[in-house]
Design a binder for this molecule. Sequence first.
Ligand code: HEC
Ligand code: HEC
Length: 374
Amino acid sequence: MMKMGLQLKTIRYAGFIGVLLVGVISCHDSIDEPQIPAGDLTDIPYNPVPYMLDVPADFPALEQPNDNPMTVDGILLGRKLFYDPLLSIDSTVSCATCHQPSLSFSDGLALSQGVNGITRRGSLSLINVGFHYSGLFWDGRAKTLEELALIPIEDPIEMGESWDSVELKLRNHDGYPADFRKAFGIENVSMVDRYLAAKAIAQFLRTLVSGQNSRYDRYLRGEILLEENEINGYLMFFNIDPSLPDAQCGHCHNAPLLSTNDYFNNGLQESPDLYSFRDPGLGAITGIAGQNGFFKPPTSRNLVFTAPYMHDGSLKTLEEVVDHYTSGGKNSPNKSSFLFNLVLTESQKSDILAFLLTLTDSTTLTNPAYQSPF
Ligand code: HEC
Ligand code: HEC
């Protein structure tokens, strides 16, 4: 007790001197030196270190916008924002709620669950999303990752928040202003804004590369052999061996991304004419009726983690997916000509399934750089 009382007194005394000193200094300041503006961040060093992305040799080059080059600190900030529920109205939902690393950045649901009910379509895996140059989302309605990253926050179902409010939360936060300084060199807290937040998130999303460690990739590099049934599936998927049937998949799910920068109607929706699709997809964005029912083919990589499948989650298993394609799908006037009743034996169907499983790279899911920083 005695000791504490003494300490308290000492602190009070020190505080008194402190007040005196501050008085002297600020008095001096106001005469000779300019006042440091409130929210100044220039004491924090800004030394951007360019980030060199490790892209598999057979991948296309990663294009980055000139005004948003990837840096170590930019990616770190983007990763924090991606995992932070602060970006949603009630702090319950982050980007990662619907894009979980353990599910190849999807969510295991037919339709996603946001702060305010379920979304119109299912979540998409985010691996290799930096290489999608002809539109993002199932219907291509966002052009760039920077543009896309602004959208979920203000989506009334997904995160239900306003950017005005998120900007305030970020500016008043203990850590974020310094993170924005390190990532973008801003000089004042007031410069923390949605556009920089979106840039940081886009940088993080560009790091989500997967395509080196699957058995398929290792087979292509000559490091391992595949089983005979897997090879048969591979040959049919890409129509490599004329003595086997063409399963048509490779037209729309091209190597190496196992996706295409193009949109198709893959027979998922029945429609008697061009105007009766339950979800018109790309056509609603472009206004071109012939593109109603067109969607982006998601990657066929890591499919074991991304069930259920398709924009509406209507196919629960990969068996159902293969059955969908071999049956030729449902009819509509603009269904792709790659979709028709395929003549495949049961064992050929199971060979295709076996091949799809060789596209699994679980090292992507456990990569420490992709996990939550919290
Ligand atoms: C409530 C669930 C939910 C939340 C939260 C969410 N997303 Fe999504 N995300 C989805 C759904 C559903 C889609 C597909 C929507 C569509 O295409 O219409 C999607 C699509 C995407 C895509 C497009 C991928 C591609 O291949 O085109 C990206 C990128 C993405 N989200 C990033 C984010 C980021 C970044 C955040 C946080 C700022 C976020 N998402 C928050 C559910 C969510
Ligand atoms: C005409 C182009 C086309 C062909 C041929 C095609 N696909 Fe697709 N694929 C798509 C499109 C488009 C989607 C998204 C459709 C949607 O959700 O509306 C898709 C979705 C998928 C999905 C769901 C992925 C997910 O994450 O939800 C799988 C799996 C798939 N395709 C596998 C295959 C296989 C296997 C074959 C060959 C047997 C094949 N595809 C042939 C265009 C095609």
